[in-house]
Design a protein around this ligand. Structure first.
Ligand code: S3P
Length: 164
């Protein structure tokens, strides 16, 4: 089976969907952010604070390459910031989990852990709008997760995977 990469903005549900999909399909899975935190022994926000975003992006590029043994990979929202990540993911199947900006705002209302979410709304929206077409162009399939139960989203991804 090809690697399956879940991409999408912060709060689009990549991690919880990867876990659920892996369980349903009896496949292995990994969360890239979690892998980076374990590998470097630091939380993502600490990496940002101590070394900055560029260093984090370098860790991300390097770590993504180390995860090919896993069948389902939940990435971080900024994975599409580096072209080489997109090329690597295109060797597998890339699924873009879309959620509207308003829905993301609802889901991340109390979030304190994501450095790029902790900024004013205009900046959040700018990031969302800049990335949205990139997720779209980098993926084989887009799934709108806005107002949809997890069960239904999982069923749609499963049917796509099994038919591709
Ligand atoms: C980021 C998203 C985060 C994490 C880091 C940077 C981004 O992952 O990788 O904070 O640039 O959008 P999630 O998408 O899982 O929140």
């Amino acid at each position: 089976m090809k690697n399956i990469y879940l991409i999408g903005f912060m709060g689009s549900g990549k991690s919880s969907l990867a876990k659920k999909l892996a369980r349903d399909l009896n496949k292995s899975y990994i969360d890239l952010d979690q892998y980076i935190e374990d590998k470097y022994g630091m939380e993502i926000q600490e990496i940002f604070e101590k070394f900055g975003e560029t260093a984090f992006r370098n860790y991300e590029v390097e770590s993504l390459r180390e995860l090919k043994a896993y069948e389902i990979i939940a990435t971080g929202g900024g994975i599409i910031e580096r072209e080489e990540n997109i090329s690597l993911m295109k060797e597998g199947v890339v699924i873009f989990l879309y959620a509207s900006f308003e829905e993301i705002e609802r889901r991340l209302k109390d979030d304190q852990k994501r450095p790029l979410w902790k900024q004013e709304r205009a900046k959040q929206l700018e990031l969302f709008r800049r990335r949205e077409p990139v997720y779209r162009d980098s993926s084989d399939k887009m799934i709108d997760t806005t107002h949809r139960p997890l069960k239904e989203i999982v069923a749609e991804i499963k049917s796509f995977i099994l038919n591709n």
